[in-house]
Every structure is written in structure tokens, then in C-alpha cells.
Design a protein around this ligand. Sequence first.
Ligand SMILES: C[S@@+](CC[C@H](N)C(=O)[O-])C[C@H]1O[C@@H](n2cnc3c(N)ncnc32)[C@H](O)[C@@H]1O
Length: 418
Amino acid sequence: MNIPIENIGSAKDNAYSAIHNWYKFTAGFSYKLVDLIIDVLGENPTSIFEPFAGCGTTLVAAQKRGIHSIGNESQQLMCNIINAKLNWDIDYTRCQEYITGIYDYVSERQTSDDVLAESHELLKSLYDKETLKTLYLIRDAIRLIDNQKYELFFNLALSQTLHKSALHPIAVPYIVRSKNIVNSGDAWGKFSSIVNHMLADLESMPHHQRYAKVYKADSRKRNSSIEDDSCDLCITSPPYLNNLDYGEVSKVHTHFFELTKDWHDITEIVRKELVTGATTHYRDCDFDLDEFRKSEFAINNKALMKELEPRYMYLQKYSSERHGKKSFHILMMHYFEDMYHVLKEMRRVLKSGSRAYLILGNSAPYGAYIPTTQYLGEIATSVGFSEYRIDKIRSRGHKWKIKTRHNVELSENILQLS
Ligand SMILES: C[S@@+](CC[C@H](N)C(=O)[O-])C[C@H]1O[C@@H](n2cnc3c(N)ncnc32)[C@H](O)[C@@H]1O
């Protein structure tokens, strides 16, 4: 069936929808996509699989409709965010009691600078001193709450506060120091108002049940908590080839919540669990093309390897002759191999005959066009999907006005697997 492209929308839609707007995540897709797949394309799932849960768009949209879902997400920070967005049985009165406790904790310590003694350099550069002090004090007060559900709820409110009280935008997707946020600061005012908005959103929900399971899991691997054939639809958007470094994107938050403290932690704790999507994800010295040809992916995708290898050679040559710093040739190989394993896991989790919808972008590192969507369709057939189709949603890559940028027209697509 043809997909009505004009109704798909973008991540910006999420800013106007309750719960979807509890965390600003530019890499997300529009919740309307889930509604469209069910209402217009006629899917009637009992359980949806989302291997790249991100900020939980698919799971929240499914829960609003009373549909079960299962998500994998490899970043702890994102798992905490999703879980907070899915716990709808938050008690209003209990919340107000916790807020009073947090307020008392913060006010009692407001005159002392002790909490700033170990503040992170990155955070010091993004908040004025009083704001940062309040943010840290709120964080420490929340840690004293002995109920994980409420702790997650308040931490999510605090995550939003981090965005709204910063001196510069921190989520677009990287920090933009050339821009200033006009009404930065006032961490407590923003935090308490966000909590009240979140409580009001919960009041407006059609039910307060939880329909989703979220695993902190790497979708390239078999997740033994998810049974074979347990879902009958997949809606997801994998990392794009050569696009975002998710470890970098979330670093203000991971440093603030002490999940990471520096570049080394981001590499070891966050990036290693992610699909290879950026050149910061691997070491060049760990790649050997001859060995790669013997991998399960290469053996099961011989025709595709014939397409990949000339591109690999071109990118390697370009990089060495033009002194390009980036090893896109290696990145490309890792990416498709990683996605092979994800697609294999997706095939295992989905019942026979179920469809998967993936939002994907093509890319052209150093001007070499890589039809990522089509290649992933081919890989999907190597892991047991019968066929694929591609629908273009929009052109992409226009917003970066960089002189050296290639002139290849890139697109964002929906890859449909069945
Ligand atoms: C494009 S975003 C997904 C956005 C999501 N559809 C939404 O609307 O929020 C990709 C997500 O995949 C996660 N991710 C990357 N590699 C992963 C892996 N191997 N296993 C599980 N999650 C992964 C990233 O942390 C990121 O949150």
C-alpha cells in the first residue's frame, strides 16, 4: 500500500503532544508515524518491537492506544527517560510531598558552595553558578527518594530543566555556543513548573496502565528476555550512517547524572554499545578487510559486498590522498555489519509475516553516494525477510551550508520489510 508521505510529520510534532514532549530529542521521529501505520496502513498489532527505542516515541504512542510494546535501548540515560515516560500511575499528592522535600533540601543548602566543589567543567561552562548549584542540589535531593518510579519521574523533569536553564542550546543536537538562550537560569522555577505540567499531562491520559517493556540492551545481540516470534510489528529508526554520535549528543546529561565523566567514559561506556554510526565509534587499527570478508555478514551478503568494496577502496584512497581525517570506508563496513545483526534479531523477534517499518537516511561521505536504505533492504532479505520496499519521505542534508560538502541529493526514506 502507498504510504501517504504528507502525513508523516517530523520530530517537531512531538513538542505539541503530551508525554512525547517530556524530553527534547532531535533524533526522534514523529509520534504521528505510529498512528499512521496503524490507522492508515491498517496494521493491527498486539505487540510492537522497537530495537532503537531512543526517547520512546514508538512505545509511548503504542501505550496511548493500549497496545503492548517491547523496546531495546543501549544507553542507560535514554532507558531512564523512556521508563519515566511510561510510568503513568504517579500519585499527585505523593508527588507534591516529594516536591516539598526537594525544595527544603535545596533551600537549606543554597547559601553554601560545597556542592559546586566537584562540578564538571563542561557544566560550569553551560550554566551560571547559582543555576548550576540549584541543579546539583535538586539532583542530590532526588537521589534520596526511595522509590524508583518517582526518582525517574523527577529526574526526567530535571533533564528538561537542564535544557531550559542552560546559557546555550544543548540539544540541536550538539551544543551551540554561538547562540544564547534568552531566559536561561531560574532552575527551581523551571523544574517545579515542568513537574506540574507533567502531572497535568498524566491526568489527561486515557488510562494509567503500563503496556511497555524496556530493556537496556544492545540490539545487535540476542536479547534472551525477548522470546522468538513475540511481536507482530516493528516501528523504528536506526542510527543513520555517518550522522550522529549519540554518546556525544547526550554528554551534558550523562555527565550531570554521573553516568559518564569524560571522553574516555563516553567511548567505553556509551559508544561501545551503539551501532557504529560515526567515525568516533571505532579504532582504525582494529579493522582488517581480509578478516571482514570472512565474517558472517560478508559471507551471507556476497552480492552486496561487490557493491561495498569499490566504495571502500574509493573512500580509503580519497582519505589518504586528500589527507581526509575520517575513515569513512571502515565506518561503512562496520555499519552494515552491525545492522545485519540488528535485522537478524528483528527477524527472530517478529512473527512470520509481520512487517517492519524503518526510517532511514542515505548518505554520501566524501561525495560517495551510499544507498543505505536499499542496502539494508538487501541485508534484510539475507536474514529471512521476503521482500522490501522503499518510500521517500523527504530530501535531506540541505541545512548544512558547508563549502566542501558534496552535491549529492540525499533522502530520508521508509524501508518496509515483510
Ligand atoms: C534515531 S534514534 C531512535 C529514535 C526513536 N525512534 C525515537 O523517536 O525516540 C537511535 C537510538 O538508538 C540507540 N541505539 C544505537 N545503537 C543501539 C544498539 N546497538 N542497541 C540499542 N539501541 C541503540 C541510540 O542510543 C538512540 O537512542
